[in-house]
Design a binder for this molecule. Structure first.
Ligand code: SAH
Length: 260
């Protein structure tokens, strides 16, 4: 028996996990910009800058699943279900995430959920906060003279208490901490207990690449007071290591060495 046209299921849509970068729309990839401008359903999280959402197609439906440490407006399993349901009813979806979808973005979980449901999924990389902030603050994450290892870690409670960070920071290393503002005191204590000197230079970069960006510097031991005094708020990154030293300080060190 032939199926009537109405009973033929619509073709399955594709879920694009798209990195929106650190904020500045100029830092989108061309592929991200094209998909944002042409896809009729955009599911985005709270970190995506309004200037990027403004690039959406006028007829696009924008769904916010805003997440922050304190506020979960939509649990992850519901986000997964939303993406899958939209694709199975024939819609292409842009799942827009701050930075890169596969760096602390739970993109892995969303891709798994799509694949498990037979929904095609494509990943569009974005500039992750670490490289975006490093560029904006002119802090090279690696440097031939001072850092040849760089690590990205999650600084929220679980990452802090369950992971071994020993060896990630120190001479020749740069440590970049995502989601670490609220736990900055525990972070500096943990690193100093692991043997890091209290005067290791640290930078905190808030709202990297956005007009309201702030870059604050100080020693590791002073990290909690730096965050508290300047009332640093999310999104902010903590970068630890010699690459964060003030350029003038580096020059002074060089001059002293030349004098010797
Ligand atoms: N997938 C994202 C990270 C999500 S986790 C990425 O690849 O960048 C969220 C954390 O990212 C924030 O707590 C903050 O530490 C960092 N972050 C994101 N955007 C930022 C920005 N514009 N400036 C500073 N840090 C940012």
């Amino acid at each position: 028996m032939n199926e009537s046209p109405s009973s033929i299921p619509p073709p399955v849509g594709t879920v694009h996990l798209v990195g929106a970068g650190p904020g500045d729309p100029d830092l989108l990839t061309l592929r991200a910009a094209r998909l944002i401008g042409s896809t009729k359903l955009i599911v985005h999280d709270g970190l995506v800058d309004p200037a990027i959402l403004a690039l959406a197609h006028p007829a696009a439906k924008l769904v916010s699943v805003a997440k922050s440490r304190a506020r979960h407006t939509m649990p992850q399993h519901e986000i997964n279900a939303l993406l899958v349901a939209a694709a199975l009813t024939g819609h292409d979806v842009v799942r827009l995430k701050g930075g890169d979808p596969f760096v602390f973005g739970r993109g892995g979980e969303e891709a798994e959920a799509c694949r498990a449901a037979g929904v095609p999924v494509a990943i569009v990389p974005g500039i992750t906060a670490a490289t975006g902030a490093a560029a904006a603050a002119q802090i090279p994450l690696t440097h031939r003279d001072s850092a040849s290892i760089v690590s990205f870690v999650a600084g929220q409670c679980k990452g802090l208490t369950e992971q071994d960070w020993s060896g990630l920071a120190g001479k020749g290393r740069t440590l970049v901490i995502y989601m670490g503002v609220a736990t900055s005191e525990a972070i500096s204590e943990k690193l100093m207990t692991d043997g890091l000197a209290p005067d290791v230079p640290v930078a905190v970069i808030e709202n990297a690449s956005r007009p309201e960006m702030r870059v604050l510097r100080g020693p590791l031991a002073g990290l909690p007071s730096l965050v508290a005094t300047h009332r640093v708020k999310s999104p902010a990154l903590i970068v630890i290591g010699d690459v964060t030293a003030e350029p003038e300080q580096e020059l002074r060190k060089l001059a002293l060495e030349v004098e010797k």
